[in-house]
Design a protein around this ligand. Structure first.
Ligand SMILES: [Zn+2]
Length: 157
């Protein structure tokens, strides 16, 4: 089983990946939790928060404008299965409150980040799926997020 990475470990992984290799096209490098015809549901390798996962199209697409109605229908099906799985596990936030709300988000980068102080980010379209609730500090990353048991989210085929 692959383990989740800290942000530092993940930055190193990205820095050490050749520019012409898309990590999200390498399913064998991912923790795949579920799949459908056109999508994979994967763990965020370096989660911002506990149980942070991603939906990615199997095909390398870079923009939501590239999603056909067929791809979007298929996404809705896998998303519903994933959400049902997470809810069925009755997971809890660190303070014991139930995980029963989620945020879906897509970061849009109009300008590719190349050199400079940061590292190359995946261009492959990825839809973040993360637990949420009122009052949570959404944009403060959880340094212990990598310690959550992500494997329990895996869908049975
Ligand atoms: Zn890709």
């Amino acid at each position: 089983m692959k383990k989740l990475l800290s942000r530092d470990e993940y930055e190193q992984l990205l820095k050490n990946t050749p520019r012409d290799v898309c990590l999200l096209c390498q399913a064998q490098e991912q923790i795949v939790l579920g799949s459908s015809t056109h999508w994979l549901w994967i763990a965020s390798l370096s989660p911002y928060w506990k149980f942070h996962t991603l939906f990615i199209p199997r095909k390398h697409l870079e923009d939501i404008a590239e999603l056909s109605p067929e791809l979007f229908e298929d996404f809705k099906t896998l998303h519903q299965k994933a959400k049902s799985k997470v809810l069925s596990l009755a997971l809890k936030h660190d303070d014991g409150k139930p995980i029963d709300q989620f945020i879906i988000m897509i970061r849009l980068r109009e300008v590719a980040i190349e050199n400079g102080s940061t590292y190359p980010k995946p261009r492959h379209l990825h839809i973040h799926f993360v637990p949420d609730r009122e009052g949570v500090e959404r944009f403060v990353l959880d340094p212990l997020a990598m310690e959550a048991d992500i494997e329990q989210l895996r869908l049975s085929e």
